[in-house]
Design a protein around this ligand. Structure first.
Ligand code: MRU
Length: 377
């Protein structure tokens, strides 16, 4: 049945898309972002010269996805330091730009700690700025390494759970090189399966309201020549019922100590569907996404976003008429419920794959042990 859903496109451009980079032109250091709000229509770069510009880019989702938010936050602190702004003010604003992905605060704190430590040692703000940048670069590099290791572990798990090969994987939101220093989290596993000749199809949820699946995952899948098919979020149920999904692979924005997983809204319904249809539901995330200080799912702050993201559809090049710049699809004044994330309880998660190991079944003890082991390395 799957083959009737024809390949949506092939593109031989490089698979690595630099979502973020640090540059030092004569006018002073800048952080250059690939503006993800403009994809796939246009590949436009956004140049941030200070932390407030980066905070705005984070809020508008020009830069997004948990691991990349961590990297961006760290570079943001380095940028404030290098340009002589107040580093603690910048760190506070950056860490608070979005609440759910814990990676953001982790990245900010890491660069801030490096800055403070060097300042305390040498008393030289210039040296401290260099230390903050080194911390950001290290996080960027480590995330790329983590990505490669998660891909390897994730593929091994898929092969173990689905010994026949020919995996048909359903994914939600966007988890590729647009969110990572490397090839991503869940998407990197799909890519590894494709390279090993074991991916039959990637089912891509469009991911309403902001269409990260349609705009970004399809964009990344097309670049790799992957067999992918886009579906509306509402179509996932009938796809499971038709027996067309072998596994669900998603990323995470925060994993609580008990193994609860916050990810893009729409992930939890997929976990319920997967359980009903006896399909593995696999979460792929770096250890920077695991937050031992958040005890359980109920303690995760879920970002609530503006209602216009639901009542309007932002279509690049369409006439701008709505309050948010999009085309209205609901009567003026309609109230909207728009949580950006939902939380999947650990009992619905088959496995959590990290760069340091895979936890399955998902329990607080197993997760704590993995984090403890990783800290000792
Ligand atoms: O609101 P976004 O686009 O930042 O949400 C991103 C997601 O939910 C991703 O699935 C998550 O960050 C994991 S990416 C590795």
């Amino acid at each position: 049945m799957a083959d009737q859903y024809a390949q949506s496109g092939e593109d031989n451009r490089p698979t690595e898309i630099p979502a973020i980079r640090w540059e030092e032109p004569p006018e002073g250091p800048v952080l250059v972002l690939l503006d993800q709000t403009r994809l796939p229509a246009e590949e436009v770069e956004l140049v941030c010269t200070d932390a407030p510009a980066l905070v705005e880019a984070i809020r508008s989702l020009a830069v997004r996805g948990a691991p990349l938010l961590g990297i961006a936050g760290a570079y943001g602190v380095a940028l404030a330091a290098a340009r002589g702004f107040d580093v603690d003010d910048a760190a506070l604003a950056l860490a608070g730009a979005r609440p759910t992905a814990v990676n953001l605060a982790v990245g900010v704190r890491r660069a801030q700690a490096a800055y403070r430590a060097e300042l305390a040692k040498s008393g030289d703000a210039g040296e401290a700025a260099v230390a903050a940048l080194a911390a950001a670069r290290a996080l960027h590099r480590e995330d790329a390494e983590a990505s490669a290791r998660m891909a390897e572990r994730g593929l091994a798990l898929l092969d173990e759970l689905l010994p026949g090969g020919g995996h048909r994987i359903l994914t939600h939101c966007n988890t590729g090189s647009l969110v990572s220093g490397g090839e991503g989290t869940a998407f990197a596993v799909a890519l590894a399966a494709q390279r090993a000749g074991r991916l039959r199809r990637l089912w891509v949820d469009e991911t309403r309201p902001l269409l990260q699946g349609a705009r970004l995952t399809a964009y990344e899948a097309a670049r790799t020549g992957m067999a992918y098919t886009l579906l509306t979020d509402n179509a996932a149920g009938s796809l499971f019922a038709a027996g067309e999904v072998d596994a669900v692979l998603i990323g995470a924005d925060r994993i609580a100590a008990d193994g609860s997983v916050a990810n893009k809204v729409g992930s939890y319904p997929l976990a319920v569907l997967a359980r009903y249809h006896h399909v593995p539901f696999i979460v792929v995330a770096p250890l920077t996404t695991v937050d031992p200080d958040t005890p359980d799912g109920a303690s995760i702050e879920v970002e609530q976003r503006a209602g216009f993201e639901v009542t309007e559809v932002a279509v690049p090049q369409a006439p701008v008429t709505g309050a948010g710049g999009g085309v209205p699809v609901a009567p003026l004044g309609t109230q909207a419920y728009n949580p950006a994330f939902d939380v999947t309880p650990p009992e619905l998660v088959t496995a959590i794959v990290t760069e340091e190991g895979t936890v399955s079944p998902v329990t607080a003890e197993a997760l704590a042990e993995l984090c403890g082991r990783a800290r000792q390395v």
